[in-house]
Write a protein that binds this ligand. Structure first.
Ligand code: PHE
Length: 334
């Protein structure tokens, strides 16, 4: 009777364990053979009950073996149909923002807090919006400052060399006051190296209203560099751009002088981060804005360069190779 209980509760999920169970009870030299042999020694009064119990045990053991084999077979079939159902699931790979996008959105955040909107335009541009409207007529020597990719069949169509083209479009379609930044990808036909690529990303800004002065430009830049880099000094160096007058280049100093081997600093600690200036009256007129009533400033910076600075990335090419080992390092950032 005890055996009856053991048999009914028995569980096994390998063919070997089931077979061992079968042999133990139902095998030629198994327990049941022994019990049946014992029958002749049992007193006549108990024979009947003993015999019934041994029969029950035999049936229970046989049923158990059948049931376990069936279950094993069913499991195997499910496995071939659905794969191993006990395997853990595949982890969900959660993507993250590219470091260029992270920096871009930080810049957008900073300027939107002082009222700048975001404007975008086409990467394939015409000559007017990329050059001519910006005070760079045909054959102007300053066109060589930005080596241009032209669409072969049409010299009027090119890949924009800066997002100033978007600002021209914005001025053509909006009346002052204008406060907008234009983020986007730009293209220049330059040799690819650790420091420059044939495409990169810019954010250019434009502010036009009555009485906008160079002091407004400088304060805006101060606000921006402090928000982005933390406590830092800036310096404006006189420069030249055809579309601004006067023009300047902005350097930021943020105490990297101790890391003298860091390539971008060239050992000085002053890093050039953008160009800027007061919008040339010719440009305003080209875009339908009265330059006697309005004035404004513009600035432009490279997002890639700023990403390299912020994260101390030694080679600009890493930003466009899409190596996940590189990209994963920015996962926790925003
Ligand atoms: N468009 C310039 C460039 O791409 C940057 C710039 C923008 C400079 C606005 C001055 C004013 O180099």
């Amino acid at each position: 009777k005890e055996h009856l209980e053991t048999v009914r509760e028995f569980q096994a999920d390998t063919p070997e364990a089931i077979e061992a169970f079968r042999i133990k009870y139902l095998g030629k030299k198994g327990l049941l053979t022994a019990f049946f042999a014992e029958l002749k020694n049992v007193p006549a009064s108990e024979k009947r009950e003993f015999g019934q119990t041994v029969n029950q045990l035999k049936n229970a053991a046989a049923e158990k073996v059948d049931a376990l084999r069936e279950a094993l077979e069913a499991g195997k079939q499910a496995e071939t149909r659905y794969g191993d159902l006990t395997r853990p699931g595949k982890p969900l790979e959660v993507g993250s923002r590219h470091p260029i996008s992270q920096v871009k959105y930080r810049i957008i955040d900073i300027f939107s807090q002082i009222g700048f909107t975001v404007s975008e335009g086409p990467e394939i541009e015409d000559d007017w919006h990329n050059f001519t409207a910006l005070n760079l007529p045909e054959y102007h020597p300053a066109r060589d400052m930005q080596d241009t990719f032209f669409i072969q069949t049409d010299p009027d169509i090119l890949l924009r060399t800066h997002t100033s083209s978007v600002q021209v479009r914005y001025m053509e379609n909006n009346k002052p006051p204008i406060r907008t930044i234009s983020p986007g990808r730009v293209y220049r036909n330059e040799a690819i190296s650790a420091r420059s690529h044939c495409f990169f990303h810019q954010v250019e800004g434009l502010y036009i209203d009555k009485g906008v002065s160079f002091a407004d430009l400088k304060q805006t830049l101060r606000y921006f560099t402090t928000a982005l880099f933390g406590k830092s000094k800036i310096r404006l160096r006189p420069s030249y751009f055809p579309f601004t007058e006067p023009s300047a280049e902005v350097d930021v100093y943020w105490g990297l002088e101790t890391e003298t081997d860091y390539r971008m600093t060239k050992g000085t600690g002053w890093l050039e981060i953008m160009g800027c200036g007061m919008v040339d009256p010719n440009v305003l007129e080209n875009c339908g804005i009265d330059s006697k009533t309005y004035s404004g400033f513009a600035f432009g910076m490279g997002i890639d360069r700023i990403a390299l600075l912020l994260h101390q990335i030694p080679d600009i090419r890493l930003l466009s190779e899409n190596d996940v080992r590189f990209l994963r390092q920015f996962r926790s950032l925003r």
